[in-house]
Design a protein around this ligand. Structure first.
Ligand code: SF4
Ligand code: SF4
Length: 271
């Protein structure tokens, strides 16, 4: 069985955020939700300062506190070591969001049709939408996929598209819907113009991701290793300085709910 992970080469990343854009399109995430987020910050003192970038998906931790915190068997470890939300079991209590040290979870308070800034079905907007299929109706995000490794667990589970249901918590899925349909590249990897993102089976010595990790092992770091979550996202390059001055904060729409302070609201940064 594969153990999926990601290597992100910070020496290549130029902070263009094509990965963020691709992720939003691929997963049809609601306004203000970023399953992939590229931090941009400044290190040093002007005029000798450096601008640096770090794209941050969910780490799909091998030892995920979010899974332990969920009382409803909704945050689960899926095939291939993916950490996902079963959207039918999720009751929106947000314990996963509290337990995760990385701030990657997004609570979806509203119905999908209220959550995208555009009511696709509204007659007055027909000329604008042109009959387009709303992002939250993407069939492969809505489908149940089979999990046959643990006979005690429910076999068919809807684990993609958690941004599409009211009262659920969504986050990066490592594009599980792509994997389940035989596509082995994530949307962010596909979009990156400089090949900074490599996704694949960490346990397959012949995979690009395993080769990248093996060849640059001494240059890699993971976020908050001290939390012992065993992240499966590795970064190549210099670790960020402990205190970072973010260049900008994401403008959070007033109706997007977050619990407490997060990096998006000027609080902690996940390193
Ligand atoms: S990064 Fe957070 S949400 Fe993702 S697996 Fe780790 S603890 Fe869970
Ligand atoms: S698309 Fe590639 S270069 Fe652009 S921000 Fe993402 S990882 Fe960096």
């Amino acid at each position: 069985m594969a153990r999926y992970g990601m290597v992100i080469d910070l020496s290549k990343c130029m902070g263009c955020r094509a990965c963020m854009e691709a992720c939003k399109t691929e997963n049809g995430t609601p306004l203000g939700h970023f399953f992939m987020y590229t931090f941009r910050w400044e290190e040093g003192t002007y005029p000798s300062s450096t601008i640096r970038f770090l794209p941050r998906p969910c780490n799909h931790c091998d030892n995920p506190p979010c899974v332990k915190a969920c009382p409803y068997d909704a945050r689960i470890k899926w095939k291939g070591g993916l950490v996902l939300t079963d959207v039918d079991n999720c009751r929106g209590v947000r314990y996963c969001e509290q337990a995760c040290p990385y701030g990657v979870n997004y609570f979806n308070a509203k119905k999908p049709e209220e959550n995208y800034g555009l009511d696709y079905g509204h007659a007055d907007l027909a000329s604008t939408t042109g009959g387009a299929v709303p992002p939250y109706w993407k069939p492969e995000l809505e489908k149940a996929y089979s999990w046959d490794e643990d006979p005690k667990k429910k076999i068919e589970r809807r684990v993609a598209g958690a941004g599409h249901r009211e009262n659920t918590v969504g986050k990066c899925t490592f594009c599980v819907h792509r994997l389940e349909n035989g596509i082995t590249k994530t949307a962010c990897q596909q979009a990156c113009p400089v090949g900074a993102i490599i996704f694949g089976d960490l346990d397959d010595a012949g995979s690009d991701v395993a080769k990248a990790l093996a060849s640059r092992k001494s240059e890699t770091f993971r976020l908050k290793d001290v939390a012992q979550t065993e992240p499966k996202v590795y970064f190549i390059g210099k670790a960020p300085a402990a205190a970072a001055h973010l260049i900008e904060q994401i403008p959070i729409p007033a109706d997007v709910q977050k619990l407490g302070k997060t990096e998006y609201e000027g609080g902690t940064i996940p390193w």
